[in-house]
Design a protein around this ligand. Structure first.
Ligand code: ADP
Length: 261
């Protein structure tokens, strides 16, 4: 009898400590969500407010160039060019940071998104780059997804743009896109014939600001793939890649195949 009572009180003690642990975990999760939200709000406000002074710097530099180019020494001309170039890079960074923080600022509202239409728009926005590099962009019939249209455009734009950008010298870039149904999800694949990536970097490249190249080699902000990851995970999917250095890369992402509401 005494044994039964001991067992019972031990169980009660354990249950009580589990409830306390659960509550502590819930509190920690709420606290973490709140501090993440605070950080995103901060990134949004900071990037938004940085735009105005930056526009001023750029426009005064343009004025300087218009009024004094060739009237000062060559070094002064070069300095002005470098300020304009730096402010363009900062503008690109701010735009990417704004996109990054905008993604999770609103609740997820799904609609039917025709991925063929998304690709047409992406191809149109990259037409100059495609023509200049003699690139080929091809895609097979893609599905309609239940997703956010803005997010799907951003996702495809970043993946296709990277496929065109990271191409090996002396080779015309080729990007091919196709899709397939896998269980409860659609999988979309974006393959290029570019410089490829060593497997040691497969995780790192999705972290914000992580780049494997200097901006002299390839321009960029290091935010594109972090945006892609955030978008895919927001939709309940995942993103990954296959690649070997020098042999191109294939990025894959999945999006749950939901019924239209
Ligand atoms: P960005 O393109 O602005 O550098 P991303 O976040 O899009 O930033 O990509 C991070 C890094 O991953 C790139 O700097 C590049 O080193 C590598 N990367 C991304 N896509 C490719 C690709 N298709 N082929 C080779 N390397 C890539």
């Amino acid at each position: 009898m005494l044994k039964i009572i001991e067992d019972f009180s031990e169980r009660r003690r354990l249950e009580k400590s589990m409830v306390t642990t659960n509550e502590a975990l819930k509190r920690q999760t709420t606290e973490l969500q709140r501090s993440n939200q605070d950080l995103e709000d901060f990134a949004y406000v900071a990037s938004h407010d940085l735009q105005e002074p930056l526009r001023k710097v750029r426009s005064f530099c343009e004025l300087l160039a218009q009024m004094y180019k060739g009237k000062m020494d060559a070094r002064a001309d070069r300095f002005i060019e470098r300020i304009v170039d730096a402010s363009d890079r900062m503008q690109a960074l701010i735009n990417d940071l704004l996109t990054y923080s905008r993604i999770s600022r609103r609740p997820l509202v799904l609609e039917t998104v025709d991925m063929n239409q998304v690709l047409l728009e992406v191809a149109d926005s990259l037409r100059n780059q495609i023509a200049k590099s003699g690139a080929k962009l091809r895609w097979e019939t893609l599905p309609k997804l239940q997703a956010e249209a803005f997010c799907m455009s951003q996702l495809m734009q970043n993946l296709v743009e990277n496929g065109l950008k990271f191409h090996a010298s002396g080779r015309h870039p080729e990007v091919r896109i196709w899709a397939g149904r896998k269980g409860d999800s659609w999988e979309i694949h974006v393959q290029d014939n570019g410089i490829g990536i060593e497997s040691a970097y497969f995780e790192r490249i999705f972290v914000i600001f992580q780049r494997l190249h200097t901006r002299q080699e390839y321009r960029g902000t290091g935010v594109g793939l972090a945006i892609c990851k955030k978008i895919v995970e927001r939709h309940g999917g995942r993103i990954w890649l296959d690649s070997k250095r020098g042999e191109g890369a294939t990025f894959h992402f999945s999006i749950p195949a939901r019924e239209a509401a």
